[in-house]
Write a protein that binds this ligand. Structure first.
Ligand SMILES: Nc1ncnc2c1ncn2[C@@H]1O[C@H](COP(=O)(O)OP(=O)(O)O)[C@@H](O)[C@H]1O
Ligand SMILES: [Mg+2]
Length: 434
């Protein structure tokens, strides 16, 4: 079957003529005067591919993403190698302006085939966008830049009600840096960004939004990311931060496609990328007919899809526990492949009774969620408050606190090892004594 194609650009007369003379693999169904017209044509389901012969500088990762969502692959024509490389970065294959019609037709077919054949599970596919499996990838495999990043992504998520996601994420970053890891902390909470405030940064620049903007334009390389990410020095180590959007109404700046590219780059510059996410997992795009509309929860969903480890943080009280149980069920639906590490935070006898950990385990068993509780973080109001007051981390204001130790044990291999060997040696000691 012939592939219906729309085109835009001055060079289109030649292109269209050439493609039509092939009498075969592709049919030009509309010639558009400008990109907006081309987008409208694609949205209406007219085409399976778009050839952008002019104005490819206006193509962004989000645009490519959204066209992919409606099943349209893009091929750009440019003679500029830098522009071709930028386009590759946002997943658009290109050809030179004078490309032969037969070659162009072949490239169109390849791009369409890849778009259709794209499997869920690809790094950029997933429920942040239900149609992501239809998104285009570069036509020729040699065009795809090899993913060089080896950094691990940790997402810190939790249901509504301030269970302590930000406190946990920020302190994890500090503890990992203290352990000698290179760390990037990212504030991707599109409802209540607060990493900058928690770290006492007078930052109005919304580093993550800046990085997303550059990524969207195909211009975020590792150097640019390092320039944008603010360095935070603590007593025991330095880490970098991409601060969140300063006003909640700027959430439209955190689109899934751009965020994926930012996190891919982040893996290249850091051993560990810790992402503080929002709480809400609703796939709002599913109830929207406008496939070009940005989605508020895309940042959280995409982070959860890309993360190597997801920590699900809940408040250890009669409101927080059932909320976390429900939240985990929603998480399972929204991002099925995730096996979250369940963390009970603010654990205190005052809210759940004597022997709180046992009480919480019993309550958890009654609710019966699949995941078990992996860790209990004690409530420590004075330590948490002095950290907030000083705009600093627990390792600075409460280095001896159990809360700090418990967070470090969650993420730091060295602390886990020490703990295991001390548990072992005390057992061995007991054995020796006995
Ligand atoms: N283990 C804890 N003990 C005492 N207070 C805590 C603890 N964890 C978090 N808090 C406090 O709870 C409040 C909400 O925490 P925050 O990390 O901002 O939650 P979230 O990011 O989930 O909205 C903050 O005032 C924080 O200092
Ligand atoms: Mg928060």
């Amino acid at each position: 079957m012939s592939i219906p194609v729309v085109t835009v650009g001055q060079a289109q007369e030649d292109i269209v003529g050439g493609l039509e003379r092939l009498h075969g693999p592709v049919t030009v169904v509309r010639r558009c005067a400008e990109l907006a017209e081309l987008l409208a044509a694609c949205q209406s389901g007219l085409a399976r591919a778009a050839v952008v012969a002019d104005g490819c500088e206006e193509l962004t990762a989000s645009l490519v993403d959204r066209l992919g969502a409606v099943g349209v692959a893009i091929i750009a024509l440019t003679d500029n190698p830098d522009e071709a490389s930028r386009l590759r970065g946002i997943g658009v294959p290109s050809a030179v302006l004078g490309v032969e019609a037969a070659t162009l037709a072949a490239r169109i077919s390849e791009a369409v085939a890849q778009l259709v054949g794209r499997q869920p599970g690809h790094p950029a596919a997933g429920l942040a966008d239900p149609a992501a499996a239809l998104r285009p990838v570069p036509a020729a495999s040699e065009d795809v830049p090899a993913a060089s990043g080896t950094g691990r992504i940790i997402a810190v998520w939790g249901p509504a009600g301030s269970p302590g996601r930000t406190l946990v994420a920020a302190n994890m970053a500090g503890e990992l840096a203290a352990e000698g890891k290179s760390v990037l902390l990212v504030d991707a909470d599109s409802y209540g960004a607060s990493i900058a405030a928690v770290l006492g940064l007078l930052d109005e620049s919304a580093g993550l939004a800046q990085a997303c903007r550059l990524a969207d334009q195909g211009m975020l390389d590792a150097d640019a990311l390092l320039r944008i990410a603010a360095a935070v020095a603590t007593r025991l180590g330095t880490f970098r931060v991409l601060t969140g959007i300063t006003r909640a109404d700027r959430w439209t700046e955190l689109r899934a496609a751009a965020l994926s590219l930012v996190l891919e780059r982040a893996r290249e510059i850091a051993d560990v990328v810790v992402v503080d996410t929002g709480f809400c997992l609703e796939a709002d795009e599913e109830i929207s007919f406008d496939t070009m509309a940005p989605r508020r929860n895309a940042a959280t969903l995409r982070t959860l899809e890309l993360a190597d480890t997801v920590y699900a943080v809940g408040s250890a009280d009669p409101v927080g526990v059932p909320r976390l149980v429900r939240g985990l069920a929603e998480l399972e639906l929204a991002v099925p492949n995730v096996s979250p590490v369940v963390v009970m935070n603010k654990v205190r006898a005052g809210a759940v009774g004597r022997a709180p950990e046992r009480q919480l385990r019993d309550a958890w068993d009654r609710y019966g969620p699949a995941a078990e509780i992996s860790a209990f973080l004690p409530a420590d109001g004075p330590a948490a408050d002095s950290a907030l007051l000083g705009g600093s981390l627990l390792l600075e204001v409460a280095p001896e606190s159990k809360l700090r130790a418990a967070i470090a044990e969650l993420v730091c291999a060295s602390v886990q090892q020490k703990r295991r060997s001390s548990v072992f040696s005390s057992t061995a000691r007991r054995r020796l004594k006995g």
